[in-house]
Design a protein around this ligand. Structure first.
Ligand code: TXA
Ligand code: MG
Length: 347
């Protein structure tokens, strides 16, 4: 299969975007899978009501079939079509954070989406992305789109169309290239199907932001190395992994440098994942800076790209700095723990 690329990131004239989005929407209606940008990461979309179309997502990604997909919508009517009910607390949060990086797990409406989307669970995950191309595509197709991140299973999520093509070229019908995504880590998944709203996956909307609106939320998962949440099937798989093994070095730069020196003395090629302000502190084979600690959102933005950049190098292993676990730092550390397969070295 040849993967078609619609480049629309540099088009400011809406009338020139329209025909390209229309074409991609037609392909979706015909049962194809198309990758598209959202404000978090690129998604791999298909008609959520079509089992045949959704199966193409699992095949292209090599994704385990017990891991359910998020349904992307552009209107409240879409949500009502796929969810059996919307609890008041979810409605309040939708009004505040949608469109945006917040996914709601809701009781599902029987028969509205393919069983393959929900992996047989009684719930459905729904999100309205804050990206004009994503919303335009959903609207033009008239479909609710099942869309996981558009990477091969186990690889870092894609934040550019080039990342999507690196993983899926020839395996999907097309990709809409809308330029780099903004937030860089996936949406927060909030389970609103039970008594207490519970964060199943930390993401772009932080716990602090949720608490400000509804007062209290529970957390089913922390930073990845403790108890797995049985309700977030996706969290149990090794995710986001670069090709070289990654270790989180929990300590000051001098501690991390000492680890680098030890490995290099053994003849290993060592990579360091750091930030702009600290990069000059390290002597290693490859030193990559990922954003700045002054603004942790910049670290989230380029985390996956930096992990992928290490794959272009010949390092044998990577040491990463750790980040403060508040605000978006919770999502950053969650993804780093996943990428490291839980490997942390403390001073
Ligand atoms: O930002 C995002 O959320 C991106 C963009 C493309 O929207 N999508 C994304 O999808 O990250 P994916 O499939 O990579 O992650 C979906 C997560 C998984 O951890 C999955 O287990 C969980 O949501 N999930 C989906 N449906 C669920 C359900 N009914 N109950 C509990 N967890 C669910
Ligand atoms: Mg994913």
């Amino acid at each position: 299969m040849k993967t078609h690329v619609w480049v629309v990131d540099n088009i400011v004239d809406k009338r020139r975007i329209y025909p390209q989005i229309q074409e991609a929407a037609e392909w979706l209606r015909a049962g194809e899978v198309i990758a598209f940008p959202t404000e978090t990461v690129y998604g791999l979309g298909a008609d959520a009501s079509s089992t045949a179309a959704v199966e193409k997502i699992f095949a292209a990604k090599g994704r385990p079939s017990d891991n359910p997909l998020i349904v992307h919508v552009a209107s409240m009517a879409h949500v009502e079509a796929v969810a059996a009910s919307i609890p008041p607390v979810a409605k309040t949060l939708m009004e505040r954070f949608w469109p945006g990086p917040l996914t709601f797990v809701l009781p599902k409406r029987a028969g509205a989406v393919s069983e393959r989307v929900t992996a047989g669970l009684p719930t459905v995950a729904v999100r309205m992305p804050d990206h004009r191309l994503a919303l335009a595509l959903i609207e033009a197709s008239g479909l609710a789109l099942a869309a996981p991140s558009a990477n091969r299973s186990g690889r870092p999520s894609p934040t550019t169309a080039a990342h999507v093509l690196a993983d899926l070229n020839g395996r999907i019908a097309g990709v809409i290239d809308g330029g780099p995504t903004g937030i860089g880590v996936e949406s927060t998944v909030l389970d609103c199907s039970g008594e207490v709203p519970t964060i199943l996956r930390p993401g772009g909307v932080t716990k602090e932001m949720l608490c400000e609106v509804i007062g209290y939320v529970a957390e089913a998962v922390g930073t990845g190395n403790e108890q797995e949440a049985p309700k977030a099937p996706g969290m149990k798989y090794t995710h986001y992994a670069p090709k070289a093994p990654l270790w989180i070095a929990a300590g000051p730069p001098a501690f991390l440098q000492k680890l680098v020196d030890e490995r290099r003395a053994e003849g290993k090629k060592v990579g360091v994942l750091t930030t702009e302000e600290n990069r000059h502190l390290y002597a290693a084979d490859v030193v990559l800076a990922c954003g700045t600690r002054r603004e942790l959102a910049t670290v989230a933005q380029c985390l996956y790209d930096t992990l992928r950049q290490f794959d272009e190098t010949n390092v044998d292993l990577i040491y990463s700095e750790a980040f403060p676990e508040d605000g978006i730092g919770v999502a950053i550390m969650n993804r780093l723990h996943k990428a490291a397969g839980g490997r942390v070295i403390s001073e």
